[in-house]
Design a protein around this ligand. Structure first.
Ligand code: ATP
Ligand code: MG
Length: 755
């Protein structure tokens, strides 16, 4: 049956429609938050799949910024097009797209089969840096290395020269307090260690894919179209990758917003937008100007913040929703009370909206992950379910990480890093000193730690001095790994990855080990393990298509001599590694859970109700950030995630008990009339406006009153949280005080008229 485009365009405005159906081969959609960029991009994919183009979905590449965003995009496309077409698209993050090409064609550039992905949290880099006894914070050096690789200066990529001392001195990736020579040395050690363990780090995935496509452009000769979301946060390597992926047809659509560029600290380049115009002079630029996400008052406050950047070109953005409730900005005596204020507000909103909003409609967005502790504690106390996105990541939990490390070793015996972490977990009398000796010996003899152990157990310890007890421990360990590998090779009927993992856990005595090691919270940890097991099951069920690229005539697929279960394990491990790529971008948040996320991980998403705590100097802008404009954009991104209600709060004393100053971005006088600083933010009229913005049915005033009475929640929280800051005065009154907003809106309109 032929696809019909028209129904897919229903609900788009004119500008969006024109963007979707623009015949230009290269289209740039540059538009502010909530203007429907992602929605437009999604529809353009559908447009390409419909006649007259009728592209084969396997020849369409769609890159999103996070795993979560790609899942959402897949769902949206599935709704539009149906027929399971969405699962055949080459859709994912740049990293996962690169991974697919490397799995299929890595052999063309001599990547050894069975390679793994080094998670950025892996300690490999750290170990290398520590070994050189540099006085630096290893994770900082590690991130500088990544900065370099993201700018395409890796000693590993053959085609590219290693960074010279001069380049290092002249770039922003310069590492303070370390000589350029030392940095190059650490860099090279790090690259060699990865290579020795047959691991690629995230940057390598992109760099090696770039190398592959440079030398073998025919790998992508089938590609008909490339579409990229959140383009403002692509880095140089991703830009080059886009060019190569699209070389054949040069049909490219990118969407982005320079005002939302927030990954400069990770080498993203806003300049890619101008590079785009230079690389494709035929590119057509489309603007969208209507915001469909937020209430007018939220939008105007957010604009007031971003407009403080005077170098930024002004651009029109009109709200489509009514004014709604002004955003709240509260000063609260302490970080502890701030957390309880958030809980009370959540309970109050829930009571007052009488079931209209669920916990899943609420997000707490923080500048840095360490701000969540107080909030988590009060959520636990109050029994509010939540899901952390961005703090302690699921795959970094010790009970998960240990198990994954075992599997990593089973998959790849050369993975020194994983091996070093688990060889003595549970305790096997193999002490840290022994581990270090084994690693050093391996470095000396350019052998993996596993090889040193095997040789040793065979009687050849060389310079390694080892205690009898440790030898016994190592031999037990080797037994566990080898027997699990055997399980993986014997692919009996009906055996799944889960069975292998369960076998492994029995061999380790894992349940017992966790029960004894973590008596207080064993249950929670064990349920995490079960979660991991069900993910392992999931991987097997996943449609194989999702990982497939179409065959190209004349290009041999990689001849991996691997069995089915080994491939499943490969996929499982690289999925877990890629989910960690953007911090905490894992798993799905339930409808009955509040989301706690970093602002960085909230990009592109939206929630009816958003809290932004800790809006003080040093938190946002962050004390360690050197780009104030990027910090301002972060706040702008956070504020524009909110649809109906936005709460910002600033403790007078932070959790270190230091006195704080309100964030410079919110201290501007012009913002005062746009924000509530005291008085209840929520009344009947506001609840109604929430309903209108979300398109949900609103309870009656009587129902609300009854609910509030029953819940015993105060309709105002001012007594409980006195507002101590005299600098902030505001009119009392409920919900809809429109004056400030009206004023601002008039200004905006007259500006537009005059431009
Ligand atoms: P961001 O810059 O934050 O990524 P965006 O520009 O990608 O935002 P979308 O996420 O595509 O915006 O859309 C924002 C919201 O507006 C979504 O809920 C979307 O469904 C809705 N929306 C987009 N276009 C329209 C429209 N024409 N009519 C009604 N709702 C729309
Ligand atoms: Mg978007």
């Amino acid at each position: 049956s032929q696809l019909d485009l028209e129904p897919m365009l229903v609900g788009l405005n004119n500008a969006q429609r024109l963007a979707v159906t623009n015949p230009s081969s290269v289209v740039q959609i540059l538009a502010p938050p909530g203007s429907g960029k992602t929605r437009t991009l999604t529809s353009r994919v559908a447009w390409l799949l419909c006649p007259p183009h009728s592209l084969d979905p396997r020849n369409v590449i769609v890159a999103t910024f996070t795993v979560k965003a790609s899942r959402e995009m897949r769902e949206r496309i599935s709704k539009l097009v149906g027929n399971g077409v969405e699962s055949r698209l080459v859709l994912g993050t740049f990293h996962s797209i690169a991974r697919r090409y490397l799995i299929k064609y890595g052999h063309l550039i001599d990547i050894k089969a069975g390679w793994g992905i080094a998670d950025s949290g892996d300690s490999l880099g750290i170990r290398i840096i520590k070994r050189r006894k540099s006085p630096l914070d290893p994770s900082q050096v590690r991130s500088r290395i990544s900065h370099f690789k993201a700018r395409n200066s890796s000693p590993a990529a053959n085609a590219l020269p290693p960074p010279s001392t001069a380049t290092i001195q002249s770039t922003q990736a310069r590492v303070k307090d370390i000589s350029a020579e030392d940095f190059v040395q650490i860099f090279q050690d790090y690259e060699e260690a990865l290579e020795a363990s047959n691991l690629l780090d995230y940057d390598d995935l992109l760099l090696r894919c770039l190398e592959l496509l440079k030398h073998n452009p025919e790998c992508v000769s089938n590609v008909e179209a490339v579409l990229i979301d959140e383009f403002q946060d692509t880095n140089l390597v991703q830009f080059e990758l886009m060019k190569l992926l699209a070389w054949k047809r040069e049909r490219i659509t990118i969407v982005g917003d320079p005002d939302q560029s927030i990954y400069g600290f990770r080498a993203a380049e806003i300049r890619n937008l101008s590079r785009m115009v230079r690389a494709y002079p035929q590119a057509l630029v489309v603007h969208l100007e209507q915001n469909y996400r937020s209430s007018a008052s939220i939008l105007l406050a957010a604009l007031e913040v971003i407009e403080q950047d005077h170098n930024r070109p002004k651009k029109p953005l009109t709200p489509t929703h009514a004014v709604g409730t002004r955003p709240v900005l509260r000063r609260i005596p302490s970080a502890f009370l701030e957390a309880s204020w958030i809980v009370s507000e959540i309970q109050r909103v829930r009571a007052m909206t009488g079931g209209m909003v669920e916990l899943g409609d609420i997000a707490i967005l923080v500048r840095s992950a360490n701000l969540t502790r107080n909030i988590e504690t009060s959520f636990v106390k109050a029994g509010v379910a939540y899901k952390m996105v961005g703090g302690l990541r699921f795959y970094d939990r010790v009970e998960i990480k240990t198990l994954l490390d075992y599997l990593r070793v089973v998959q790849n015996l050369g993975n020194n890093d994983a091996l070093a972490r688990i060889v003595n977990t549970p305790a096997r009398k193999v002490g840290d000193a022994t581990v270090k000796t084994l690693l050093d010996e391996g470095d000396k003899r350019t052998k993996s730690m596993w090889e040193i152990i095997r040789a040793g157990l065979g009687g050849i310890w060389g310079d390694v001095k080892i205690a009898k007890a440790a030898e016994k421990g190592l031999s037990d360990f080797v037994g566990i790994i080898l027997s699990t590998q055997k399980q993986l090779e014997e692919d009996d009927q009906g055996k799944g990855l889960v069975d292998v993992v369960e076998f492994l856990m029995r061999k380790i005595g894992y349940e017992d080990y966790l029960r004894r090691g973590y008596p207080e919270d064993f249950d929670a940890r064990w349920s995490n393990v079960s979660e991991l097991l069900s993910q392992a099951q999931e991987v097997e069920r996943l449609d194989d298509d999702e990982d497939m690229l179409p065959d190209i005539d004349g290009l041999p697929q990689s001849q991996v001599g691997q069995g089915r279960l080994q491939l499943v394990l490969d996929r499982f491990l690289s999925n877990t590694a890629l989910a960690n790529e953007v911090k905490g971008d894992d798993g799905v948040v339930g409808r009955d859970q509040v989301t706690i996320s970093t602002i960085h991980a909230s990009k592109g998403l939206e929630w009816p109700i958003v809290f932004i705590p800790a809006v003080y100097q040093g938190s946002i802008p962050h004390s360690r950030a050197d780009d104030t404009d990027e910090e301002r954009r972060l706040l702008y991104v956070a504020m524009t995630r909110a649809q109906a209600l936005l709460y910002m709060s600033c403790p007078v004393r932070n959790s270190q008990k230091d006195k704080t100053k309100l964030s410079q971005f919110l201290a501007h006088r012009s913002l005062h009339p746009l924000l509530h600083s005291r008085g209840p933010a929520l009344g009947f009229s506001s609840v109604q406006s929430v309903g209108r913005i979300l398109g949900r049915e609103c309870p009656s005033e009587v129902q609300i009153q009854t609910a509030v009475d029953k819940s015993g929640i105060a309709s105002t929280l001012d007594d409980q949280f006195p507002d101590k800051d005299p600098s902030e005065s505001d009119s009392e009154g409920d919900g809809l005080d429109e004056d400030g907003v009206r004023l601002k809106r008039r200004r905006l309109q007259s500006e537009q008229a005059s431009s």
